[in-house]
Design a protein around this ligand. Sequence first.
Ligand SMILES: Nc1ncnc2c1ncn2[C@@H]1O[C@H](COP(=O)(O)OP(=O)(O)O)[C@@H](O)[C@H]1O
Ligand SMILES: [Mg+2]
Length: 250
Amino acid sequence: MIRISGLSHSIAGTPILRDIDLTIPRGGITALIGPNGAGKSTLLSLIARLQKIQTGTITVGDLTIGTASDQDLARTLAVMAQSSHVQARLRLSELVSFGRYPWNRGRPGPQDHARVEQALERFGLIPLRDRFLDEISGGQRQRAFAAMAYVQDTPYLLLDEPLNNLDIAAARDLMSLVRDMADTDGRTVVIVLHDINYATAFADHLVVMKDGAIAAQGRPDQTVSEALLEQVFGTRARVEILQDRPVVLV
Ligand SMILES: Nc1ncnc2c1ncn2[C@@H]1O[C@H](COP(=O)(O)OP(=O)(O)O)[C@@H](O)[C@H]1O
Ligand SMILES: [Mg+2]
């Protein structure tokens, strides 16, 4: 479980997050949705300790962000950031193997190699393993970053808009892998999604943000409605229920 309480954050005097209290359940997929600038990435980066907490507290499992050791946190929480700019000329398999760092401190053993092999297989990356990251497509790169987060073997996984710029096939493939990490491996996944229809199709729990605050949360079918789209996104779109899931018609 991730517990956030009294969390506020400002940048250069401008409030970005306003007194957030939120509990993210253990297990399954929680999707964070909301308009651009709502504060989703800021919230995720505070959970992932990529920024220092100014006010409030966050606990992940029984670890408190800010006091737990880096090693304990790295073995508990893996992050895939919104845009990962890797400068070095790295091969895909090398990137994935970095995910093992919290367990081997840069000295990989047979178990680490086996985990990386298994991840390359599971993420369909075997044919690309020796390619440099600048020689593969955006979708393949995003799958590689997801595989790196996967081999970190953490109970919690944070993904910030992993579907950015992916075509429908790549997006559906990646979401199936994410779904499987929750279902088969029992990971708790927190994922920022731009497309509400992906959120309602794949998530168990939705958290809707607007202006640095939580506007709504709950099961997708209890959360996404025409009224919510108007209130939070300021747009009048039709919502239909298909196979028990709300679907936004654009
Ligand atoms: N480094 C920064 N400097 C100034 N403002 C920032 C910075 N990062 C984010 N913001 C502002 O904080 C708000 C929330 O941003 P963000 O968390 O990225 O939102 P989201 O991920 O929901 O689109 C936005 O208004 C954004 O402009
Ligand atoms: Mg963002």
